[in-house]
Design a binder for this molecule. Structure first.
Ligand code: HEM
Length: 154
């Protein structure tokens, strides 16, 4: 196993966990929870889901740039000579990271406070904001994966 192959495997696995997790949350769990659960239970479920999923997102957030920069140097011998799609990938990673940090640092604590105070409408409003940001991050993540696979020559 070469160092490049190891970096590549870690990189793809991290992207899979992050983007796949968001896909499952948005497309499968969200509509199922809306259909079957009342607001209090649904909000508590999401607080638990985010807490558990975000541990894995933190891992992905660390592995992606480390393995990505490793591949960048091993395959393209540096940032300047790397193709444009890799530059776009890095830019979109920063956007995804910023949105994730926003949810983690601002909105998740807000959701927990609303649940503790049993303010269900307020909790629902925060959950709506989180849903929007996760939706945006999901779209960006899917675009990045498609871009990485298509390797367009701009
Ligand atoms: C600082 C952030 C990142 C850097 C430096 C980076 C760098 C790279 C590099 C150098 C490659 C190899 C390209 C090639 O072989 O042509 C690659 C592949 C890939 N990247 Fe990234 N990347 C970053 C973030 C991301 C993110 C956020 C995702 C998805 C969420 C992602 C998904 C992928 C995938 C799926 C591949 C494999 C594509 C394939 O070979 O089919 N990367 N990345």
């Amino acid at each position: 196993m070469t160092p490049y192959a190891l970096s590549y495997a870690l990189h793809v696995l991290a992207a899979l966990i992050w983007v796949g997790g968001m896909f499952f949350a948005w497309m499968i769990l969200r509509p199922a929870a809306v259909k079957t659960l009342e607001a209090p239970t649904r909000l508590q479920l999401w607080a638990e889901v985010f807490q558990r999923f975000f541990r894995w997102v933190w891992l992905a957030v660390l592995i992606l740039p480390v393995s990505g920069m490793g591949m960048l140097h091993m395959r393209f011998s540096g940032f300047e000579t790397a193709p444009k799609y890799v530059h776009v990938m890095m830019g979109l990673y920063i956007v995804m990271l910023a949105l994730f940090l926003r949810i983690q640092a601002l909105q998740l604590p807000e959701l927990r406070r609303a649940i503790e105070a049993q303010q269900w409408p307020a909790g629902g409003a925060v959950l709506g904001k989180i849903r929007r940001l996760v939706g945006i991050n999901l779209i960006i993540g899917l675009v990045v994966v498609a871009l990485a696979a298509l390797r367009p020559t701009f």
